[in-house]
Design a protein. Structure first.
Length: 105
């Protein structure tokens, strides 16, 4: 999943750097894919932690690595959701529309 999301993401960055403009739904979809990747990573890491209960097969360092991975995925999840909300719901337009009526001074 990581390769798939990053292939789309970096293709988008390359095209945007070359001047290609993308619609808001395309940009939102890319960010949504990144969020989905973090959700999947979080779920898989939680499942891994719950299955790795035998200390003989899974020493403390393995559990520690999984917990660190969980913090990483969860923090990226929060950051991507915040970015999505800020960029697509709470942002001001880049080019505000002029008023229909001129203001009187």
């Amino acid at each position: 999943m990581n390769l798939f999301v990053h292939s789309i993401m970096y293709s988008y960055y390359a095209a945007a750097a070359c001047g290609v403009r993308f619609s808001k739904p395309i940009r939102q979809s890319i960010t949504a894919l990144q969020i989905l990747q973090m959700v999947a990573g979080t779920v898989l890491t939680v499942l891994s932690i719950s299955y790795c209960t035998d200390p003989v097969d899974y020493p403390d360092r393995v559990i520690l690595n999984l917990k660190i991975g969980l913090v990483m995925y969860a923090s990226y999840w929060v950051l991507f959701v915040k970015y999505f909300a800020d960029a697509y719901y709470f942002s001001t337009p880049a080019h505000p529309q002029p008023d229909a009526k001129p203001k009187k001074e």
